[in-house]
Design a protein around this ligand. Structure first.
Ligand code: FRU
Length: 498
């Protein structure tokens, strides 16, 4: 039986999504059905389809009491929207159904685990959010909250752990049929830690150990954790709040962190070997992964940043997009990402140029558009003399342009969206350092109407940013300070879709 709150949300989204013209949405990135979207939730495979839920406030383009929206897809690109799955309608989640995950139970039902938020007055008179982990069970469309909720509370948190910051469970099924989940928490040192729990049936959960501890190294509270094995390594993904930049890493305040390591066979503890940002652009947060039936590990993130949400204008009835789903790998001790190969099915005709000489500004016939898959490989024309800068400018006309540039002397890559539709004084530039390859660089740009995702050197380094540029600005040009030769391959994307 669905509650009045859920019924209202379902009715609202059905009526008001119709007021959003298709052309005002991204072409092949999932955007908020109506209102506000944040974190991906419950990214999983169930009954022959991919399921993706997300943090959702249908009633405005701003964050509000969290619901779970729901979409399904057979290729991770074309999404069918299903009715909202969860609404904040119980005492333990009356102030929000926060992020969580999904899996298929042994009996074929779908299990959702999420954070229930309930504001309670504290001894000091202040109201604070109590966070607990809760369950709902369903058939892929309708979900019933579990009678035994909440299933994890402050009693299940190790000593010193906060009951106000205890959220975002990510569950998975173990090879022996049992279940595990990892949950973000704030320990006594005020930073973050990830707690590991196990369960025989998915309903009764038990604390196992602290999986990883921040110890105030990477921001403070760790949100939206994920944990999995990949290419012989164990990988932790999490989104720390309030990060301090370190060199060219972690420039995003609320950023993303990837820890690569292994399990100590004696103690069973996770041993860190390397750390890095997941994405080096402006807009990427709270990624979640899943394993596809054919064995790929796919990651999707919220293509936004809490601190730059003011890029929004109130002209649209939706706010928030997901990134392109990305296949991830561990190679040379780093996280590599590539757009899912299904994207190739959206490609139109190929436009190709080889060995083009650029010194100054250059345009190429047929190279333009706001929804494109564009690969540019650049080399110094003269290896001895090199070049000072190479740039691709897109979403360009007399008023607008977004540019990405590479500066080989320091091997620095920069994205600049100052002229990309923003009327606000928020951050518009981000610099990061990529591995030096003697001035050679390969950029694959995936442009949709309101975003740019740049996969550098076959996905060794990724830079993501939203843009809000007038859609008529569809020019693309190249610029070199110094002499380079470049190969260009471009496909228009999703010309025929919908
Ligand atoms: C991360 C986050 C989560 C929380 C959700 C609430 O973006 O703060 O920790 O579950 O958003 O919407």
């Amino acid at each position: 039986m669905s509650s009045q709150t859920l019924r209202e949300a379902r009715k609202y989204e059905e009526v008001y999504e119709k007021m959003i013209p298709e052309e005002e949405r991204p072409k092949f990135h999932l955007s908020a059905r109506v209102g506000w979207m944040n974190d991906p939730n419950g990214f999983s495979w169930y009954k022959g389809e991919y399921h993706l839920f997300y943090q959702y406030h249908p009633y405005s383009t701003h964050w509000g009491p969290m619901h779970w929206a729901h979409a399904v897809s057979s290729d991770l690109l074309h999404w069918k929207l299903l009715p909202a799955a969860l609404a904040p309608d119980e005492i333990y989640d009356k102030d929000g159904c926060f992020s969580g995950s999904a899996l298929e139970l042994g009996d074929g039902r779908q299990l959702l685990m999420y954070t229930g938020v309930c504001k309670e007055r504290q001894a000091d008179g202040l109201y604070r959010e109590i966070q607990t982990q809760c369950l709902a069970v369903g058939d892929g469309v309708d979900y019933v909250k579990y009678d035994g909720n909440p299933v994890l509370t402050e009693k299940d948190v190790p000593e010193g752990g906060s009951r106000f910051d205890f959220r975002d469970p990510k569950m998975w099924k173990n090879p022996d049929g049992t279940y595990s989940c990892v949950v973000g928490n704030r320990p006594a040192d005020g930073s973050g830690q990830l707690l590991l729990y196990k369960s025989a049936d998915g309903f009764k959960w038990e604390f196992q150990r602290v999986l990883a501890a921040n110890r105030n190294r990477f921001g403070r509270m760790w949100e939206c954790p994920d944990f999995f094995e990949l290419d012989g390594k164990k990988v932790v993904l999490t989104s720390p709040q309030d990060m301090l930049p370190q060199g060219f890493e972690y420039h995003n305040g609320n950023g993303t962190l990837c820890l690569i390591g292994h399990m100590d066979p004696e103690s069973g503890a996770f041993v860190e070997e390397a750390n890095q940002s997941v994405d080096y652009g402006i807009d990427f947060y709270a990624p979640q992964t899943m394993r596809t039936p054919d064995g790929r590990r796919i990651m999707i993130g919220w293509m936004q940043n809490w601190d730059t949400c003011d890029m929004r204008t109130d002209e649209h009835r939706w706010y928030g997009q997901m990134s392109i789903p990305r296949e991830i790998r561990i190679r040379d001790g780093r996280l590599w990402q590539e757009p899912i190969r299904e994207l190739e099915s959206l490609r139109g005709e190929k436009v190709e140029y080889r060995q083009e000489f650029v010194n100054g500004e250059r345009e190429l016939k047929g190279v333009k558009g706001r929804c494109v898959d564009l690969t540019v490989t650049v080399r110094p024309a003269d290896a001895e003399r090199g070049y000072r800068k190479f740039a691709v400018r897109f979403a360009q006309n007399d008023l607008y342009r977004t540019s990405v540039s590479y500066h080989p002397a320091e091997s620095v890559f920069k994205i600049d969206r100052k002229f990309s539709g923003s009327r606000r004084a928020v951050i518009h530039q981000r610099r990061s350092q990529v591995r030096d390859r003697n001035g050679e660089i390969k950029l694959r740009l995936i442009l949709d109407r309101f975003s740019a995702e740049v996969f550098i050197n076959d996905g060794e380094h990724v830079v993501t940013s939203t843009i809000y540029t007038d859609l008529r600005a569809d020019g693309i040009s190249f610029f070199a300070d110094g002499a380079v030769t470049m190969d260009v391959e471009m496909y228009e994307l999703a010309g025929e879709v919908h």
